[in-house]
Design a protein around this ligand. Sequence first.
Ligand SMILES: [Zn+2]
Length: 405
Amino acid sequence: MRQDLHDLIAAFARFGATEDGGVCRLAGTAEDRAARELFAGEIGRRGLRLDVDGIGNMFATAMLDQASCDAVLAGSHLDSQPTGGRYDGVYGVLAALLAAEAIAARAAAQPGAARRNLVVVNWTNEEGARFQPSLTGSSVYAGVQTLQSALSLTDGDGSTLGDALGAIGYRGAGAPALTPRHYVELHIEQGIRLQDSATEIGIVAGAWAARKISVVFEGEASHTGPMPMSRRRDALRAAARSIEILYDEVDQGAHASAARISVYPNSPNVVASRVQVWFEIRHEDDNVTATIADRFLHRIDAAIAPLGVSARIAIDEKRSTAALDAEGVKLAQRVAGDLGFTSVVMKTVAGHDALALQKRVPATLIFVPSRDGLSHNAREFTDPVALEKGLAVLTEMLWRLVTAP
Ligand SMILES: [Zn+2]
């Protein structure tokens, strides 16, 4: 029984705890700072060195081989969605911390065995709940987003990520001066594939495509009472029609959502003049994703024209399908098998820091089951035994990576 893991998860769940047992810990808030401070304390207690880079990523280094300039990275994120659970992200960071502690002890007992150093990472703003887009810290580290553009991301109240990080004291000087050779992330699945197939470990080979389109509908404000129906230019009605069209277009196994809406002026007595909706389409095939998006955008133009409402695209983010490191998949399969666990190679529908990291360094993503696939929900739950199996796989995988010739 790894009570240390369960105690750590419970300790971090206090920061941003919600009444229903979940967690609301948005990036760059006081709750985020409290979780970071505890993490920094846990890093220090284990004799690891803490570095913080310019976008607030936290790096805890275990120097296993002073002569080596190489490092294996492992981590995830401590931020959450507004309706977050206790495991998403946090589990991967804390498991990596405990794995590093165990590996440091093993390396000390076997002088010369470790040939690379080990760095545990908490990536900033993985969730993209307060600042969009998501995967901010990992994307900056991977070099696919500039530090300057990331710092100027703005939340709904007009605060920048740079100011928010400054306010909580997490705009640091830089990442450790080590060359990353591999990244490993342990995460709850947030789907039902492992539960349905009664499999203990999921090994992610790649990711679905995602298209995130935010559309602004422009109509005209008027009184909701006397204005004749035929003369109204109701932006909210156009948005509602468009949302239904999206779900109508979702076939061929795609997933889609319209999960955020902003209405102006948002008064019960004013026909909405401007509405913004955030749409998402996901599929494992890039072409299917693009086709659905094209059909959707084409259909809404025609559908809302009779309402006297126009639509324009405010954000159009295309995430292509991606493959994770093939050698890492094989190594994770071997490790799971050697430890006596069942495993399956699968794809991730959700985005993860490992996908951003893969653009700079070979990356591996490992899943453990989440009960009923429930995530971004206070009732998110992973069985303690499943959490421990994931930790065992992560630890052994990291050991093999730091000791590999
Ligand atoms: Zn996550």
